[in-house]
Ligand binder design. Structure first.
Ligand code: XMP
Length: 514
């Protein structure tokens, strides 16, 4: 089933929740895409959306330069749902009046229904909702009627009297609005009248067909790292074209302990992918010898990886395609997605490959968010330890060894990291932890083991919670777990006699130390 037939478009006015709206809509089985608020009308129309959602945003519609979408969308006849800034814009553009409130309404409120409407089917009177706004509608827009009010907002929900334009002053997408998902479901299924064609199954079906049609009987190369994205890409393409997918797995010597063996066991032995294992540990470690500067480490690893991958790719006769794990957030040109973090550290992934290699790109995950990739991975029968694997940086442990990377330091960090993986990463109760890992601080401190004085290295434990890696909060790992990790690292890792905990959030710190 082609889920694109039921596309819902979200016009983004810069809200921190835009992505969340998209994810909720998709969780409800409806494919949606995010576009900037000023996306051209003709292009939007050509997409034939079944519904349009106007997101919230940080601006005020009372500002002279307030962002405005093309007003033609209101005469398309397609259902529209404005959320927060979205409803204020609808009001302003339909002769209503919006004023800066004296008091910002923020937090919990209750929704009192003024009339029955499909949008609130299944909701009781007085449901809890989440408000976050400075402006309020003070005069109803022309042709609209109020549907519900809250303690402080007389027009908490409005609707076009003879049409399909709706607006909510509160945020149905956040979990603080417990019935928010039902409201979105009503909008999609009762008002936009979709059937709900989007699922892991329909995605896999569509992508398989698409890859088969695109590649024909050609060959595809893929750099498999064992991370979630490249693993799902490889498994999907393998499903579509079998052995004509050639995977290259490069061991750069700064992977986690046993990583190469685990990845090969899963993909080669269990899932039967065609994989070439390149043991380049010595090449990378030799190139890194004596290098302390983090950016230099990144560049060395990035460049060497490209060189080795290119050599391997050349061995595959007449390969015409390169598969990559690009995700939806990398694709959208949306207002709220432009984070500042990209420029702080140079990230070297496979991104640089295609142009030089003259291969056509295949990006089967372009439409998916990270959590959807995991769902697809699960539906493809991939094991939990791959599907729930934490993000791991391209330069690997090299940027977690502060200062010079030596085989001995790699060994120490791998051992400490392995203990953390055993204690945190593999436990389901810690799945909310975005990343948890060890850092080797190459200073020595004094300790005492038995009756012996020791003078050995320090391991830092970093564990963070995050949505996307752009911002992060340090994870509150229970003391008992920290205690086990600390004891195990000091007892089991030769060369380490102290463990410290990193309690900084991003910003102002970053997740990785280098
Ligand atoms: P920072 O340290 O910038 O990390 O807060 C944000 C996220 O990006 C990952 N990271 C990298 N990933 N190549 C990568 O592929 C890199 O050079 C790199 N540096 C950081 C980091 O693990 C975190 O998830």
């Amino acid at each position: 089933m082609d889920y694109h037939k039921e596309l819902v478009c979200i016009l983004d006015f810069g809200s921190q929740y835009t992505q969340l709206i998209a994810r909720k809509v998709r969780e409800l089985g409806v494919y949606c895409e995010i576009y900037p608020y000023n996306f051209e009308f003709d292009k939007l129309k050509a997409l034939k959306p079944k519904g349009i959602i106007l997101s919230g945003g940080p601006s005020s519609v009372t500002d002279i330069d307030a962002p405005i979408c093309d007003t033609h969308i209101f005469s398309l006849g397609v259902p529209i749902l404005g959320i927060c800034y979205g409803v204020q814009l609808i009001a302003k553009l339909h002769e209503g009046e919006v004023q800066r409130s004296e008091k910002r309404e923020y937090g919990r409120a209750h929704l009192f229904l003024d009339r029955n409407d499909l949008l609130f089917d299944g909701l009781a009177d007085g449901e809890v909702i989440w408000m976050s706004h400075g402006d309020s509608i003070v005069k109803m827009p022309h042709g609209f009627i109020p549907l519900a009010h809250s303690e402080n907002s007389p027009y908490a929900a409005i609707k076009q009297e003879d049409g399909v334009i709706y607006g909510l002053q509160f945020h149905p997408e956040v979990h603080h609005t417990p019935k928010g998902k039902l409201i979105l479901k009503n909008f999609l299924y009762r008002i936009c009248k979709v059937e709900g064609l989007f699922s892991a199954k329909s995605f896999i079906e569509m992508v398989t067909k698409k890859v088969q049609a695109e590649v024909g009987d050609g060959k595809v190369i893929c750099a498999l790292s064992g991370g979630v994205d490249s693993s799902v890409v490889a498994t999907l393409i393998h499903k579509a074209i079998g052995d004509r997918l050639r995977c290259v797995f490069v061991d750069n010597g700064v992977l986690r302990k046993n990583e190469a063996a685990e990845v090969l066991e899963i993909f080669k032995d269990r899932l039967h992918l065609n994989i070439r294992h390149v043991d380049a540990r010595d090449i990378f470690l030799n190139a890194l010898a004596g290098v302390k500067d983090p950016e230099k480490k990144r560049k060395i690893i990035g460049r060497l990886f490209i060189k080795i991958f290119e050599e391997e790719a050349r061995r595959v006769d007449d390969a015409a395609y390169l598969a990559q794990g690009t995700l939806y957030p990398d694709v959208i040109e949306s207002v709220s997605f432009k984070g500042p973090s990209a420029t702080i550290k140079s990230h070297h992934n496979v991104g640089g490959l295609p142009k030089r290699m003259k291969l056509k790109l295949i990006e089967p995950l372009r439409e998916l968010f990270k959590d959807e990739v995991r769902v697809v991975g699960k539906a493809l029968g991939m094991p939990d330890n791959i599907v729930h694997r934490q993000p791991f940086p391209g330069p690997g442990l090299a940027i977690r060894i502060i200062g010079e990377v030596t085989p001995e330091r790699v060994r120490m960090l791998q051992d400490a990291d392995h203990i953390i993986r055993e204690e945190i990463e593999r436990k389901k109760s810690f799945r909310h932890v975005w990343q948890s890992f060890a850092i080797l601080i190459p200073i020595k401190t004094v300790g005492v083991m038995g009756d012996e004085r020791t003078y050995a290295h320090v391991i830092a434990l970093r564990a963070v919670e995050s949505e996307d890696g752009m911002t992060a909060d340090w994870a509150r790992i229970p003391y008992e777990v920290l205690d086990v990790i600390s004891r195990r690292v000091i007892n089991e890792v030769p060369g380490v006699n102290r463990v410290v905990l990193d309690i900084s959030s991003k910003p102002p710190s970053t997740i990785e130390w280098e």
